[in-house]
Structures are given as C-alpha cells and as structure tokens.
Design a protein around this ligand. Structure first.
Ligand code: HEM
Length: 400
C-alpha cells in the first residue's frame, strides 16, 4: 500500500471546441502551470503533448533525430476515423518526411520558390486583389474572408505555379470543398485530379513558373512525387496565408496603435504583420512529431510514438521571452524553425502585405462591421482563423 502524497495528473485541456477558439491565450496561460509542456486533447479521446516554452519548442524543432515525423505506430492505434488524422498522417511530401528523403524534396521546393521574382509576385497580387475588390467595392459592405482573403492566395498560387484557368478553377473548388467541410473526400479528389493535370500539362508545355522549375530540378521528381509536393504547396500556401491576411486586417482595423497611423496616411502594415506573427500566428499549434523512444524532456515524460505538437502561439508569448517592442522583431516561431522551417517566409509576407495595402488603398475608410471582440473564430487545434470578417465602407465605383 502506498502512503503519503499522491501526485494528481494535471488537467488535459481540450484544443477543440468553441471555448479554446474564443480565447486560446487564456488556455495557454492555464497550461503554463504545468511548465514548458502540457497534456492536451486534440479531439475527443485523442491525447497529445503541447510544447509551450520558447526554448523547449526550438530544441524540439532542431532535433529531428529524437523528434521525427514518423506517425505510423500512432496512426495504427487511432484508426482511420480519427478527425485529426488528415493533418497528422504520414504523406510522401516534404512536411511529413525525415532525413535524406526530406532534404531531397525540400531542395526542389526551396530552389524553385527562390526563382520567383518579387516584382512579378507583387504585380499579380495587386492585380488579383483589384479584381476581387472590384466585385464588392460598390456594395459598401463585404465579408473579407469569403470575398477576399480566402480566394486571393489561390489566385496567386495559380499565377506562381503557371496553372491554366480550367485547372485553377478545379483547384479552387477542391480547396473550397475542404475549407467549407462540404466534403473532404470530394475536395481531396478534385485536388489530386487538378495537380495531376497540372503536372501533365507542364510536362508538355513548361514555362517560367514554379511547377516547371520543380520538374526540371536536378533531383528529378517523378510525376507522383510532383503531385504530392504540389498538394502540400497549395494547402500550405492558402490556408495559413488567408489567415495571415485576415488576422492582419483585423488588427489594423481594431487596434488604436495602428488606427492612428492609418488616418494619418502612413500604413504600418508590416508592423501589424510582425505583431500578428507574435500573437496570433496562422499556424497556432503544429510541427507534430512522434518521439522514437520514451524521452525525459524539460521535466516531462514523453512516451514513444505519442504526438508532441509545438505551440507556435504559446512559445511566441512565453512570458520569459515577452518583449514590448515587436516592430521589426522576427524572432518569433510562427514559420517554425529547424529543418521544416517554412520555405516561403518571404513570399508569404509579401503576399500578405500587398493584399492588405491594396485593400486599404482602395477602401481607405473601411471599418469593422462588428466590434472586434464579437468576431468568431473557427474551432480547431491547429489554426488561428476567423469565420468571417464583416466590414463596411463608403461605396466606391471607380478605380483610382
Ligand atoms: C506562399 C505561401 C506559403 C507557402 C507556399 C508555404 C509552403 C510551406 C511548405 C512547403 C512547408 C513544408 C516545409 C518542410 O517541411 O520542409 C511549410 C512549412 C511551414 N509553413 Fe509555410 N507556406 C506558406 C505560407 C505560410 C504562412 C502564411 C505561415 C504562417 C505564418 C506558414 C507557416 C509554416 C509553418 C509553421 C511550417 C512548418 C509546419 C510544421 O509546423 O510542421 N507558412 N510551408
């Protein structure tokens, strides 16, 4: 019989549901009582460990030997119905592979993205932003998620990847079916079809675009490898990007520190993006790893093969690293760190800042239609995403 003090298990906080979505920072503050890591639940009955400390997060991101992306044992245990499986299951793409396989796939992505000309990128973000704004500028009101930030990154993707209209349309429909959770199966099928058609088209007609550069890369990806990387790129390039744009607009329209500068004519869009990337990163909790063996880490026991997620949002706001001045400070972890660091950091900032500047330029008197604290957030453990961003503005019929 044991006597004396019995250690109680800390509460496992749910990262799903409206309560967490409404105020994730409150949940992270409660979890910090456990230390740098805390037990969480990703969906009902699916446990995981969340890394909250900035230093602990970096250690994990930089040590793929101890913390690889090998989910097979866990996948077999949770079964095919597990709702978070699609975001966490092994796939033959850069995000979910390790070591030499990862290095090869990533080199193709990095080298090809590096060839994108920032002047052209800026030009087509502006052009597509204008087309979308034209559609609602005369209405005096809009939902900037449904009518702007959700579609713009897809149109930009089509340009960057040299996607012809019909294939681009299919991609948009596929991504929308997934976003709207109409049918993930239908969405996945459309995405697979569209990327397969894009690869076949570019084999026949290569151009000055990321798809063609990836296909001619010395690493020699075959068609199936290309399809898997393109699906990763369209997913990675659209969902977080729309949230960066929308969260940035929300901050600019609701925070006096930025509003003041807005009316004085100088638009501190880059400062707002820096702030958002510290406080409301679009990918809030991800970088899922599965330790090969049991590990004792920062006073916490991590069992082999059980998921460990990095909370980019909590690590950035770790009180031991708190900083008042975030302008121009890019030491946040919102683009991850280590070998899986986002390869499109520069592109993604450029797309978001041009998207926001163009909107404020065309509709300088745009305002939130509801108080910022009444905006609703999409539930889910991985993202920081508004459901809608309703705004009003004096109608404008002509382009300046
Ligand atoms: C043009 C837009 C974007 C593209 C094409 C893109 C592409 C990618 C790709 C291919 C990876 C996988 C890299 C690897 O595993 O080696 C990745 C990772 C990542 N990206 Fe991006 N990305 C974009 C925008 C963003 C945005 C806006 C954010 C959020 C601020 C973001 C955050 C991340 C993070 C956190 C990872 C690591 C994923 C993890 O947690 O494991 N990305 N991105």
């Amino acid at each position: 019989m044991t006597t004396g003090h019995v250690r109680t298990e800390p509460e496992r906080i749910a990262l799903y549901g409206p309560e967490f979505a409404r105020d994730p920072q409150r949940a992270y503050a409660r979890m910090r009582a456990c230390g740098d890591l805390a037990p969480v639940e990703l969906s009902p009955g699916v446990p995981a460990t969340l890394v909250l400390g900035y230093d602990a997060a970096l250690e994990i991101l930089r040590d793929p030997g101890t913390f690889p992306r090998t989910s097979e044992v866990w996948e077999a245990a949770v079964g095919p119905e597990c709702p978070v499986l699609p975001m966490m299951m092994a796939r033959p793409n850069a995000l979910f592979t390790n070591g030499a396989v990862h290095a090869r796939l990533r080199s193709v992505i990095v080298d090809s993205l590096d060839r994108v000309d920032p002047v052209s990128l800026r030009e087509y973000v502006q052009r597509h932003a204008d087309t979308l704004i034209d559609r609602f500028a005369g209405d005096g009101k809009a939902d900037l998620i449904g009518q702007y930030s959700r579609t713009l990154p897809l149109l930009v993707f089509n340009e960057m990847f040299g996607c012809p209209h019909d294939i681009g349309d299919k991609l948009v429909r596929g991504m929308s079916a997934i976003f709207d959770t109409v049918s993930a199966e239908e969405g996945n099928a459309l995405l697979g079809e569209a990327t397969g058609e894009l690869v076949a088209y570019k084999r026949r007609k290569p151009g000055a675009d990321v798809t063609s550069w990836m296909m001619s890369h010395p690493a020699g990806l075959d068609d199936l490898e290309m399809v898997h990387q393109l699906i990763l790129l369209v997913g990675a390039g659209t969902e977080p990007e729309q949230n960066l744009i929308a969260n940035g607009i929300r901050l600019l329209l609701s925070d006096e520190r930025f509003g003041g500068d807005l009316s004085s004519g100088s638009l501190p869009v880059d400062d707002a993006l820096d702030e958002i990337l510290w406080t409301d990163p679009p990918m809030a909790n991800y970088g899922t790893t599965f330790p090969r063996q049991d590990v004792d880490f920062h006073g916490y026991h991590l069992p082999a093969h059980q998921p460990v997620l990095v909370s980019y949002a909590a690590a950035n706001t770790d009180p031991s690293r708190a900083t008042a001045d975030r302008k121009g400070n890019r030491a946040h972890l919102s683009y991850a760190g280590g070998p899986h660091t986002c390869p499109a950091k520069g592109h993604s900032r450029l797309i978001a800042s041009v998207a926001i500047e163009q909107l404020l330029d065309r509709l300088p008197d745009v305002e939130l239609a509801v108080p910022a604290d009444r905006l609703e957030w999409r539930p889910g453990p991985f993202h920081r995403a508004l459901t809608a961003l309703p705004v009003t503005f004096p109608p404008v019929w002509d382009r300046p």
